[in-house]
Design a protein around this ligand. Structure first.
Ligand code: GLV
Length: 317
C-alpha cells in the first residue's frame, strides 16, 4: 500500500482508483486551498505519489524534494496540459508523470464553441447592456455582430480538442482550416500559421504551452488577421500576447475575442477587462461534473498503474 498526496479536493469518486487499489490518500486540505510551494515540497518528500492540479507548480525543487525523501515515484496531473510540471527534471529523476488525455475533449470543445458563438455574436456586451438598463428596445441596427454559420474557422494545432471543435463546426456549415507542426495530410491543412491567419474569420488556439508556443500569437500575427476576425483561446493563456490582443481590439484591427485562459491567471490583465467585444471565462473548459470526475479518475488510475509497476496509457514521461 502506498501513500498518495491529493493536493486539492476532487469530485466525488475521483480518487476511487487509488482507494480501490488499497492506497492511502492524504490531503486535500479541508478548505480546498492550493498548497504552498513548501507544502508541495514536504508532500513530495513524504509520499509515494502526488495527484495534482494544473495550478500546482511541480517544479524541480518539488521533484528534488521527492527524490530526497526517497519515496516519490509518480505525479498524476488531473489536467491534459502539463506545463505546470517540470517534465525534464522528472525524467532525469525517474519520476513518472501522467495526465488526462481524451476524457475532456468534447467538453472543452463545447466550451470553445460557446466562446466562438459568444464572441462572434458579441453576446457578453449585449447581455451587459440588458443587465445594466441600457437596452431601450429592439433596434434594427443595434448589437449587430457577425455570423458563425458559414464562416471560415482556423484551428491552430490539430490535436483531439481541435478536431472535436472541427466536428462541431460542421454543424454550422463552416469551412474548417487547420495548421499544425506536422502535415496532417487531411483536408483543410495549411502549412503555416501566417497563411492560415489571413484566411480565417475565427481563429481558435489548440496548442500546448511550450517554449516555442509562448506568445505564438503576438502583434505580428494579430496584424495578419482580418479586421472582422475573432480569436478564441481555450489552450493556455501565454500562447497569446494579451497586451497585443488588447491593442488590436482597441485599434479595431480585429473584431473580437473569447478567452478561457489568461497569462497570469487567476489575475486577469485589467486592460482585457475593459477591452471591447470580448467574452472572458475563468478557465472552465473542462468544468462539468462528469468530465472532472473522469479526469480525476484517469489521473488516479495512471498513478495506480505506475505504483503497481504497469505502464499507463496516459504516461507523459
Ligand atoms: C485544462 O486546462 C487542462 O489542461 O486539463
Amino acid at each position: 500500500m502506498a501513500r498518495v498526496l491529493v493536493t486539492r479536493r476532487l469530485t466525488d469518486g475521483g480518487t476511487d482508483p487509488l482507494t480501490e487499489a488499497g492506497h492511502e490518500v492524504v490531503g486535500p486540505a479541508d478548505d480546498d486551498r492550493p498548497l504552498t510551494a513548501q507544502e508541495l515540497c514536504d508532500g513530495a518528500a513524504a509520499n509515494d505519489a502526488i495527484v495534482c492540479l494544473l495550478t500546482d507548480r511541480i517544479d524541480a525543487e518539488v521533484l528534488r524534494a521527492g527524490q530526497a525523501g526517497g519515496r516519490l515515484r509518480v505525479v498524476g496531473n488531473a489536467a491534459v496540459g502539463y506545463d505546470n510540471i517540470d517534465v525534464t527534471t522528472a525524467r532525469e529523476l525517474n519520476i513518472a508523470v501522467c495526465n488526462t488525455p481524451g476524457v475532456l475533449d468534447a467538453t472543452t470543445a463545447d466550451l470553445a464553441f460557446l466562446l466562438i458563438l459568444a464572441a462572434t455574436r458579441t453576446a457578453t456586451g449585449a447581455e451587459d447592456d440588458l443587465r445594466h438598463g441600457r437596452w431601450t428596445g429592439w433596434g434594427f441596427n443595434t448589437h449587430l455582430a457577425r455570423d458563425v454559420n458559414g464562416a471560415t474557422l482556423g484551428l491552430v494545432g490539430y490535436g483531439r480538442i481541435a478536431r472535436a471543435v472541427a466536428d462541431r463546426a460542421a454543424g454550422f456549415d463552416m469551412e474548417v482550416l487547420h495548421t499544425s507542426r506536422t502535415d496532417t495530410g487531411l483536408p483543410g491543412y495549411i502549412p503555416t500559421l501566417s497563411e492560415l491567419l489571413p484566411r480565417a474569420d475565427i481563429v481558435s488556439l489548440h496548442v500546448p504551452l511550450t517554449e516555442s508556443t509562448h506568445h505564438l500569437i503576438g502583434a505580428a500575427e494579430l496584424a495578419l488577421m482580418k479586421p472582422t476576425a475573432v480569436i478564441i483561446n481555450t489552450a493556455r493563456g501565454p500562447v497569446l500576447d494579451e497586451d497585443a490582443l488588447v491593442d488590436a481590439l482597441e485599434g479595431g484591427t480585429i473584431f473580437g475575442a473569447g478567452l478561457d485562459v489568461f497569462e497570469g491567471e487567476p489575475q486577469v490583465n485589467p486592460r482585457l477587462l475593459t477591452a471591447p467585444r470580448t467574452t472572458l471565462l475563468p478557465h472552465i473548459g473542462s468544468a462539468t461534473i462528469g468530465t472532472r470526475t473522469r479526469m480525476a479518475q484517469l489521473a488516479c488510475q495512471g498513478v495506480t498503474d505506475v505504483l503497481a509497476g504497469r505502464t499507463p496509457p496516459n504516461l507523459v514521461t
